[in-house]
Design a protein around this ligand. Structure first.
Ligand code: 5GP
Length: 198
């Protein structure tokens, strides 16, 4: 199963996914490639693969990126090698990507992909969270808030929606979605093998 989390910058996608991945070792995280600058607390290869424009374009030309998008002037993409590694290990995969990215993943993986949109409790709350992390300039904050307005109006493109009012509640909701999705009959085609019916 491919679990795609989308939602505006600052809504808490990263924190929610970290908690989920800590608890559920059967889910691997798809580390994206980006051309944006590394923030002080970020770790190369864990938060992102930080690459130059040229390096990113070379990966694109070599078909090493499954989907990609431009967000606030920077390129972000899902590298195929990361997905393959997790799939080979038999893991489900979690992605934190933009809505167009989520749509592309859905188109590629069809019902294997589950898309979840994370909403802030209010727009004011989102603005507070973006300003509070003090990692962007005023211009970048405004660009992210503008992008957020646009993204919020399109939440209906995702299969599920969660309001991140309290992180514990949001993680719990996400766990329930994953739990139910794992029980869908099409994901359990091999279940009758042990019944010895023939
Ligand atoms: P940030 O700069 O805040 O880390 O990320 C900006 C936006 O880019 C977020 O909405 C995040 O979900 C999205 N993003 C990160 N990696 C990818 C990716 O590989 N593909 C796409 N389409 N979006 C991504």
């Amino acid at each position: 199963m491919i679990i795609v989390i989308s939602g505006p910058s600052g809504v808490g996608k990263g924190s929610i996914l970290s908690r989920l991945l800590e608890e559920d070792k059967s889910i691997g995280y798809s580390v994206s490639v980006t051309t944006r600058a590394k923030r002080p607390f970020e770790v190369e290869g864990k938060s992102y693969y930080f690459r130059s424009e040229d390096e990113f374009d070379t990966m694109l030309a070599n078909n090493e990126i499954l989907e990609w998008d431009v967000y606030c002037g920077h390129k972000y993409g899902t590298p195929i090698f990361a997905l393959e590694k997790h799939l080979e290990e038999g893991k489900d995969i979690a992605l934190d990507i933009t809505l167009p990215g989520a749509q592309a993943i859905k188109k590629h993986f069809k019902e294997e992909a589950v898309t979840v949109f994370l909403l802030p409790p209010s727009f004011q709350d989102l603005e507070f969270r973006i300003r509070n992390r003090e990692s962007e300039t005023e211009e970048q904050i405004r660009a992210r808030l503008n992008a957020a307005r646009h993204e919020l109006m399109q939440f209906g493109m995702c299969d599920y929606v969660i309001v991140n009012d309290k992180i514990e509640n949001a993680v719990c909701e996400l766990r329930k979605i994953i739990h139910a999705e794992r029980r869908r009959s099409f994901r359990n085609k091999g279940i009758l093998q042990k019944y010895d019916l023939v």
